[in-house]
Design a protein around this ligand. Structure first.
Ligand code: G3I
Length: 337
């Protein structure tokens, strides 16, 4: 790891976040994390399916290590996530675990609401109590990826047709989740986090309408997480800008929560230079939108750990943890060398 580099976090007004998996905290990636970032997100380890042992009891052993690491290195924590249709325990929803391709939901709305409330409350209170009376987290993704990609949900336009939460509880599952979270930790900033929102399509409108409806109903919602898993060429900067301002104008905080830029399988010098220009344009945009954008989190430190695979060259550091043209563009972009 190049420890002589100017820390990325020293260059921008917004908080500079990074997602990591547990192994990153105990190998060379740890140095990248602490040198360049001041906010940490657990990439997988705080999702519901990661928090229960085989006896269906909560086990915070690994999750707590993220908190200890962050505190020891003066980093803030972003919570990801409380309610999602993926990476949740099967036993919350089904009986026929032997046939996962053909699940049958057997829980009632009341049972599932109870499960949801217990989970949200237990997680938020665990972190609040374990580290003093105040949580070391500055926000949580309470509901992750609730919006439909196709807008085809016949029952409830706009919400994800694949969501077990929506199927069993109804569209108001989002309201319940946010209210439970607020009850468990009234100081916590509560977010809805989703992907494909910066493309300025139907999904943007659907999330906008949902957020507006929640705010009008007095539901505790503080912000929108724009995941931003995007490509070198699309969506356009102006469409990303529009999305930021659209949600910001609702009075919500906007965070970039899972940024990565896929090169579509190319790793040649020309493409890496293109990715560098793209990162610079994005960070310039975020800086110019600092009224709304308080945090920018990249979804991984180096290419080797990215969910997209190193051949898509999505991150700021390469598989040898060396700074890529994208990193250099950012550090130079913000002014003084
Ligand atoms: O831990 C097991 C390991 O024991 C096993 O050998 C291996 C074999 O497949 O799988 C490992 O689990 C994988 C886990 O990541 C940890 O690496 C899962 O299969 C894999 O599905 C899981 O992928 C995660 C994905 O969410 C799941 O939906 C990615 O790491 C994680 O980066 C990704 O993050 C999501 C955000 O939470 C929400 N937004 C989209 C984003 C990217 O997909």
């Amino acid at each position: 790891v190049q420890t002589n580099l100017t820390p990325l976090k020293s260059k921008y007004d917004f908080t500079m976040g990074c997602a990591a998996v547990y192994s990153d905290l105990i190998d060379d990636h740890a140095q990248l994390l602490t040198h360049h970032f001041d906010s940490l997100t657990a990439g997988n380890e705080m999702k519901a399916s990661s928090l229960y042992n085989s006896k269906h009891e909560l086990d915070f052993t690994t999750a707590d290590k993220f908190v200890d690491f962050a505190i020891a290195n003066n980093m803030k924590l972003r919570g990801h996530n409380l309610v999602w249709q993926s990476q949740v325990p099967d036993w919350w929803f089904t009986t026929n675990l032997s046939d996962p391709d053909n699940p049958k939901y057997f829980v009632s709305k009341e049972q599932l609401l109870k499960t949801m409330k217990t989970h949200i409350t237990s997680v938020l209170q665990h972190f609040k109590q374990k580290y003093g009376s105040k949580s070391p987290f500055y926000c949580w993704d309470v509901v992750n990826e609730p919006i439909s990609n196709s807008h085809q949900n016949n029952g409830i336009k706009g919400l994800d047709e694949g969501s077990k939460w929506e199927a069993i509880i109804g569209p108001e599952y989002i309201d319940y989740a946010l209210r439970y979270a607020h009850e468990a930790d009234p100081d916590m900033k509560l977010f809805i986090n989703d992907y494909g929102i910066v493309n300025d399509g139907q999904k943007t409108t659907d999330l906008y309408n949902e957020a507006k409806k929640l705010l009008q109903a007095g539901v505790p919602l503080d912000g929108i997480g724009l995941q931003m898993h995007i490509d070198v060429d699309s969506p356009s900067i102006s469409s990303i800008k529009d999305a930021i301002e659209k949600f910001g104008s609702l009075g919500l905080e906007v965070q970039v929560t899972e940024l990565d830029v896929s090169t579509g399988g190319k790793t040649d010098a020309v493409t890496l230079a293109k990715a560098a220009r793209r990162y610079k344009q994005l960070f310039d945009l975020f800086e110019s939108e600092k009224k709304y954008i308080k945090v920018v989190t990249v979804w991984g430190s180096a290419d080797d750990g990215s969910w997209l695979g190193a051949n898509n060259s999505p991150m700021l550091f390469d598989t040898a943890l060396q700074a890529k043209p994208a990193f250099n563009a950012l550090v130079q972009a913000a002014g003084t060398p």
